[in-house]
Design a binder for this molecule. Structure first.
Ligand code: IVH
Length: 707
């Protein structure tokens, strides 16, 4: 046999060597792409190229099964389901956190720490979101993931390695993404963190389950917990689970006593602070939370928690608070533990976004155009920071989908400033209560006119402006911001004015006198005078506002403006037939029919005439300066503007043909951000939408508007 020239290997050995090298290279490449894609959300190659790498790995491993290693990316999903869970004893117990709810508690926490440490020096804290998921412990031996376990009772948990291996953001081997960092990996490293399901992944998964009749989950946390309890890792593999690591321990060799010190002596130790440890974990390829911060003192902890609370609605995972931990590990060791919780950490709890309560009844609300919406009347509960006693049910189809009855126990969700909604009915089947079915009333609850179906899922009151509920809504709309914007003429007052017969339609608002108003509830002499002058001021308006205020179905602010831009005067709009109306950009047959129908109605024409007679006016020549220079551009305004109100900024943009939207998406052209901008600004940064501050915005406008 001829030895291969320089290596002293046989050709057979040399080719095996080449296969091994290729396998190692493929595994490292795939692990790096997994990290870029799943941990950083920043892939650098297209999916097809990744698939090619993976296919090559699988091909080689099929050819050389003896070369398969447990940390190969091909081995994430094990073959057969388990028959049960094996118990795992934690080498270092998994504690829980004491909770604080307000500033005073947080200051007490810091005072206790300083007293124990007998110091007056500033304390640094590592702060991060408290993830609403499932705690896990990951064991890496020689850099390879060898075991994953649940927290259990803190002392004993369950082995869930088979499931955890399927999470693509959990490396099966550490140190592949940054070779320089690999040298410092301890021999036995325990990493702790929280496994969670993303909100977006949860929504998609539940929608799919509903479509296919599969099992849906109440919230992302339950979904994560349920998924980790699967015996079959192929199911876990299909679910959108992810991890954030929050701590690490260097463990001693099995069977040795004196754990940490000895382990740390033989193996590289962790950095001196938690914040540096987390950055170290990141270097080794583990996911850590990007919202983590290191701060000094209780006041900065509080500021961190408040910022995080404001960000909460824009995060794609659920959090239930901020975790505040003394950053220096030596100080943590000095502070030690109470019975169940460390003295060096606290959970600053946020208000729950989901709670359960009971449906006391279902009311039916009549909207401006007569649409009847079912609203659940609830046993009042504190959720998302406010007390909620109603939640919209949208329509009858939604009630059927939820399977909701009066008397049911339901889960209510209120996230950020979002309107509360019923997420799910949790009354157990066969519950011993006499539950009442919800039915659409045959008559309008406000005027007793007949209720008629409108399409497949909606119902409408047939009463038109005879119906006081519709009249109230129409008047509210006319007086609201965006329309005539009459300051001080709010919901409660309009209810009184309509109920007392003082106002029958929008035109009557302009005939209200001081003596009509005083004597109404909460209406003193001064506020009555103020309202009369606000009404007088509102007489001078613009045509787009007036047209929008009339409340023609489907004619929002943008459509009203487009109509005005096209026709120029109200008389021309009122006279237009559907063919002429459809020539307007964005006006289709449905909107055209609504506009034509509205002005064909004699009663509506009479209201318009009376409004004009009572002095409501606009400058028609102003309309002519409108332009379409920003046509197709979408702006979002956020934060406070100092030189103009947001409404004024909006009008200026619309006058130039731009659209002004309420939320940021990939389609947004610019975000205008003033001081106090929050989640919309974050979203803009995330989506790389250009942002202007107010001075930049003014300069931008000046290019197009005469000053
Ligand atoms: S630190 C000594 N950090 O909250 C315990 N815990 O009550 C130190 N949790 O079950 C825990 N996010 O799984 C820490 N960023 C975070 C966390 C976090 C969620 C969970 C943890 C534990 C519970 C503590």
């Amino acid at each position: 046999m001829i030895d291969s020239a320089d290596s002293g290997q046989s050709p057979m050995q040399a080719s095996m060597q080449a296969v091994l090298q290729e396998l190692t290279r493929l595994r490292t490449q795939i692990a790096r792409h997994d990290y870029l894609y799943h941990t950083l959300d920043a892939p650098v190659i297209p999916d097809v190229e990744y698939d090619q790498l993976f296919a090559r790995l699988e091909q080689l491993e099929a050819q050389y099964p003896q070369l398969i290693t447990s940390d190969s990316p091909s081995q994430r999903v094990g073959a057969a389901p388990l028959s049960g869970f094996v118990q795992v004893t934690h080498e270092v117990p998994m504690m829980s956190l004491a909770k604080v709810f307000d500033t005073v508690d947080l200051e007490d926490f810091e005072a206790r720490i300083k007293r124990r440490l007998d110091t007056n020096a500033d304390i640094s804290y590592s702060c991060e979101p408290k993830i609403d998921g499932v705690a896990v412990s990951l064991l890496y031996e020689d850099g390879v993931l060898t075991r994953a376990a649940t927290r259990g009772d803190g002392v004993t948990g369950e082995d869930i390695t088979h499931n955890v291996r399927t999470l693509r953001d959990i490396p099966l081997r550490l140190g592949l993404v940054n070779e320089a960092a690999a040298a410092t990996i301890p021999r036995r490293l325990e990493v702790r963190g929280e496994i969670y399901m993303t909100r977006s992944g949860f929504e998609i998964m539940n929608r799919e389950a509903e479509r296919t009749g599969g099992k849906s989950f109440v919230n992302p946390r339950n979904a994560a917990a349920g998924t980790l309890r699967q015996l079959d890792p192929r199911i876990t593999d299909q679910r959108p689970l992810r991890l954030f690591c929050y701590s690490a321990n260097v463990l001693s060799e099995p069977g040795e006593k004196g754990a940490n010190e000895r382990g740390a002596n033989e193996s590289p130790a962790l950095p001196a602070t938690l914040s540096a440890t987390l950055s170290q974990l990141e270097q080794w390829g583990l996911p850590v939370n990007p919202e983590r911060r290191t701060v000094t003192g209780a006041a900065e902890c509080l500021a961190y928690a408040q910022d995080l609370l404001a960000k909460r609605p824009s995060l794609d995972y659920e959090i239930d608070g901020a975790v505040i931990k003394v950053d220096r590990l030596q100080l943590q060791a000095e502070l030690g533990f109470n019975a169940r919780t460390p003295r060096w950490a606290m959970a600053y709890k946020f208000p729950a976004e989901e709670v359960s309560t009971v449906v006391l009844g279902v009311d039916f609300q009549v909207g401006r155009t007569g649409t009847i919406t079912p609203v659940a009347r609830l046993q009042p509960v504190f959720v998302g920071g406010v007390t909620v006693s109603n939640a919209t049910l949208h329509n009858m189809a939604e009630i059927a989908r939820l399977g909701l009855h009066i008397g049911d126990t339901v889960i209510i969700r209120r996230a950020g400033d979002v309107i509360p909604k019923v997420v799910k009915v949790i009354t157990e089947e066969g519950a011993p209560t006499a539950l009442l079915t919800v039915e659409m009333p045959a008559e309008c609850p406000a005027c007793r006119s007949k209720v008629e179906p409108d399409g497949d899922i909606l119902f409408r009151c047939s009463g038109g402006l005879v119906c006081p509920a519709q009249r109230k809504e129409a008047i509210r709309h006319f007086c609201a911001r965006g329309a005539l914007d009459i300051e001080g003429l709010g919901e409660k007052l309009i209810d009184q004015l309509v109920d007392k017969g003082l106002v029958h339609d929008v035109a009557d608002v302009f005939h209200l006198r001081h003596e009509d108003l005083v004597g109404l509830e909460r209406m003193a002499d001064k506020s009555a005078s103020n309202l009369v002058s606000a009404i007088d001021k509102a007489r001078q308006t613009t045509l787009p506002r007036f047209l929008y205020g009339l409340g023609i179905p489907d004619v929002g602010e943008a459509t009203a403006l487009a109509l005005v831009n096209h026709f120029g005067t109200l008389d021309l709009i009122m006279a237009a037939d559907t063919t002429a109306l459809e020539e307007v950009a964005d006006v289709g047959p449905i909107v055209a029919a609504h506009v034509q129908h509205f002005f064909a109605n004699a009663e509506n024409r009479a209201v318009v005439a009376r409004l004009r007679d009572s002095g409501v006016r606009w400058n028609e020549s102003e309309v002519a300066v409108q332009s379409d220079i920003l046509q197709g551009q979408i702006f979002v305004l956020t934060g406070t503007l100092e030189m103009m109100t947001r409404d004024e900024a909006k009008e200026k943009l619309q006058a130039l043909g731009a659209k002004v939207a309420g939320s940021v998406s990939k389609k947004t052209t610019y975000v205008i951000a003033g001081p106090g901008a929050g989640s919309k600004l974050d979203k803009a940064v995330e989506l790389e939408v250009p942002v202007m501050d107010e001075p930049q915005f003014l300069a931008f406008l000046a290019q197009y508007l005469p000053v």
